[in-house]
Design a protein around this ligand. Structure first.
Ligand SMILES: [Zn+2]
Ligand SMILES: [Zn+2]
Length: 218
């Protein structure tokens, strides 16, 4: 978990510029460079060096709750992978039930969730509308918005990263923002930043806005 936070903060710091851990524009702007870049942003970057915790997440290293959650990572993975076959085996009371639940509930589900999440890095930094001003190529990809619980309204997330709602324009459904709101109402989270008209207006993109700097094709 701390690794994800560190990488993600570095992504915001360099967003689509040299230093971004997963920019699809890393190799240039030609079709081949972009294909390579998309594969890198989608999956390949995970196998490269990660952002150092001490530099990018020193606050979490001092946070006992975050550390406990982070240390429990492999235990949580084990529960997530083993629970479906266990339930399938008990409910159907057969090995076939356990195997089928393992296939759909563990393998297919994990693959699907990962590809949806990775699409934010690959697709949402290439495609989509950019109604707000940001230094990068983050866009709003509406057909991914429901699947990603609102994360695919990625342009506003980069334009104003501290906002809890990414889909703040009319008709943009943001399931994660709704869940955060419920947590806020329950008193579990506080100091949540919500968008308001003035704040959004200030970040609206203007037509005179220059295209963000991108690497040239090698
Ligand atoms: Zn972010
Ligand atoms: Zn991004």
């Amino acid at each position: 978990m701390i690794a994800w936070v560190a990488d993600h903060r570095k992504h915001h710091q360099f967003a689509d510029a040299p230093g971004d851990p997963h920019s699809p524009w890393k190799f240039g702007t030609s079709p081949w460079a972009l294909t390579r870049g998309m594969l890198h942003a989608h999956l390949g970057w995970l196998f490269h060096e990660h952002a150092p915790f001490v530099r990018y997440a020193p606050d979490l290293l001092r946070d006992p709750v975050a550390m406990r959650a982070s240390r429990a990572y492999w235990k949580l993975v084990a529960v997530s992978v083993l629970l479906p076959p266990l339930l399938g085996g008990i409910l159907i009371w057969s090995w076939a039930g356990a195997l089928s639940a393992f296939f759909w509930g563990s393998l297919v589900r994990t693959a699907l969730v990962h590809h949806v999440e990775w699409s934010i890095n690959s697709i949402c930094h290439i495609a989509g509308e950019r109604p707000f001003h940001s230094r990068d190529r983050s866009g709003n990809v509406s057909w991914l918005a429901l699947l990603t619980f609102g994360d695919a309204w990625h342009n506003l997330h980069h334009a104003d990263p501290t906002l809890a709602r990414h889909g703040a324009l009319r008709g943009q459904i943001d399931i994660a923002a709704r869940i955060i709101r419920w947590c806020e109402l329950a008193g579990w989270v506080w100091d949540v930043h919500w968008p308001d008209t003035t704040r959004l207006e200030r970040r609206k993109a203007h037509h005179s806005q220059r295209e963000p700097h991108l690497p040239t094709t090698p």
